[in-house]
Design a protein around this ligand. Structure first.
Ligand SMILES: Nc1ncnc2c1ncn2[C@@H]1O[C@H](COP(=O)(O)OP(=O)(O)O)[C@@H](O)[C@H]1O
Ligand SMILES: [Mg+2]
Length: 262
């Protein structure tokens, strides 16, 4: 296994372009993207709809190769999907015929993780996401927020190097969304699992991320990066204290200006 010093980044995109080509049409989705993700970072990618955020994540997940540039995981070329990069989408893709517990177990079974260890991991994460008592239910018996919790547990149980989340709370109602933000923030503060989180919600990005990367409209380029510290206040300040602070409001406005080009 390669463990040289050069692997200081979990994921690196270097000068990445992606152009979709079909028949006679070409769509330049992202352009000259450079991102380095360090262990323990919580990076939020923020940008208008259609600017190439999902495209970027699909490249990191290994679903697509860049048209130009390099995509690396631990210094090696990303070569397809792997459980070391756990993906959570806006619509949780659970197996409808499996219980909560079996959905979470699925990846571990595929990887032939010993039964006892698998059970321990599943119990730990079902407890962490507050679904222990619902473990026997099927997805159709769960609310949207609960389904999304299962989707998160299902990737965390594999102990991925990085959690790749594409607008994971975008389809939830406002209250559930806030609960899920708090849960994710709590999980991150507990074990500093590296996260790449895509959103078009400025407040969500500011509240959760240690770094917010702002993209331009398509073809998506990085226009600015902000180092953010609100997520570290988990134990000292509540959400409304943060959201109504001057510092938060100023950052919100700066980012809004960038995105809308005001
Ligand atoms: N498979 C595809 N074929 C052609 N164009 C695509 C494809 N997927 C996405 N696009 C286009 O690429 C651009 C970026 O898409 P996407 O990455 O999904 O943006 P975002 O997630 O920021 O909304 C959009 O203009 C979209 O229509
Ligand atoms: Mg998208």
């Amino acid at each position: 296994m390669k463990t040289s010093k050069k692997n200081k980044y979990i994921i690196s995109l270097k000068n990445v372009d992606l152009t979709y080509k079909s028949n006679n049409t070409k769509v330049d989705a992202i352009n000259d993207i450079n991102i380095d993700i360090k262990e323990g970072e919580f990076i939020c990618i923020l940008g208008p709809s259609g600017c190439g955020k999902s495209t970027l994540m699909k490249i990191m997940a290994g679903f697509m190769n860049p048209s130009r540039g390099k995509a690396l995981v631990d210094g090696n070329k990303i070569n397809g999907a792997d459980h070391d990069r756990g993906v959570v989408f806006q619509q949780p893709a659970l197996y409808p015929w499996l219980s909560v517990e079996d959905n979470v177990k699925f990846g571990l079974r595929m990887r032939r993780i010993p039964k006892k260890e698998a059970e321990q991991r599943i119990n730990f994460f079902l407890d962490r996401i507050g679904l222990d008592e619902f473990r026997k239910l099927k997805p159709y018996e769960l609310s949207g927020g609960m389904k999304q919790r299962v989707a998160i547990a299902r990737v965390l149980v594999n102990d991925p190097k990085v959690l790749l989340m594409d607008e994971p709370f975008g389809a939830l109602d406002a209250l559930t969304r806030e609960q899920m933000q708090n849960l994710l923030r709590h999980i991150w503060n507990e074990n500093k699992k590296t996260v790449l989180f895509i959103t078009h919600d400025i407040d969500e990005a500011l509240y959760l991320g240690t770094k917010v990367i702002v993209m331009s409209k398509r073809p998506g380029r990085i226009i600015k990066e902000f180092n953010i510290k609100f997520t570290n206040y988990e134990n000292t300040k509540n959400l409304s204290d943060i959201k109504y602070s001057e510092e938060f409001k100023n950052l919100h406005n700066d980012i809004l200006d960038l995105i809308t080009g005001r």
